[in-house]
Design a protein. Sequence first.
Lengths: 119, 110
Amino acid sequence: GAGVSQSPRYKVAKRGQDVALRCDPISGHVSLFWYQQALGQGPEFLTYFQNEAQLDKSGLPSDRFFAERPEGSVSTLKIQRTQQEDSAVYLCASSWVAGQYSATNEKLFFGSGTQLSVL
Amino acid sequence: EDQVTQSPEALRLQEGESSSLNCSYTVSGLRGLFWYRQDPGKGPEFLFTLYSAGEEKEKERLKATLTKKESFLHITAPKPEDSATYLCAVSVSSASKIIFGSGTRLSIRP
């Protein structure tokens, strides 16, 4: 594909529901990041994958958040028992640069995000 | 604590009216400073990376500059299509992640 693809674009969940957000990075990009962006704020780091390995999950706000990238391409961010404070835009970004230290010193390619609203 | 602050929060300009956006940072070891553009409903789109004080980069009506404490994004003779939120971000040696500012919402009136 031409860019990073995320689905769904919008997700409305009732409090307590589980949700799954999908990210298709640019083909061949080894590094994949998930970010959370609250309204009027800049993106905040959640987790980092190099291929299928989750090397950093220090930004995940609670153990309700879980991410995977089993084959080193498509990634899924899962949120269990959603809460109202989880409402935000979830952005996925990818890079051809390997290594979180190196990848974060180069440009990232972002998807358009999934806007999650928890009622 | 590493911090990135952008000002102003919002800026409204007339078409053709040049101005500058500011990004000040307090970090323990800057590796790179980035500018991204974000349109409503879209993800951030990369504009520039600056690595050392004194460095400048240009793209069309935009020019980014870097000092030891801040970066400026200068916009010359802006057009309505330049309306967007401009995000500043830094990568730091103390953490393998990017820290974003809150952005400046730029609006250009025709």
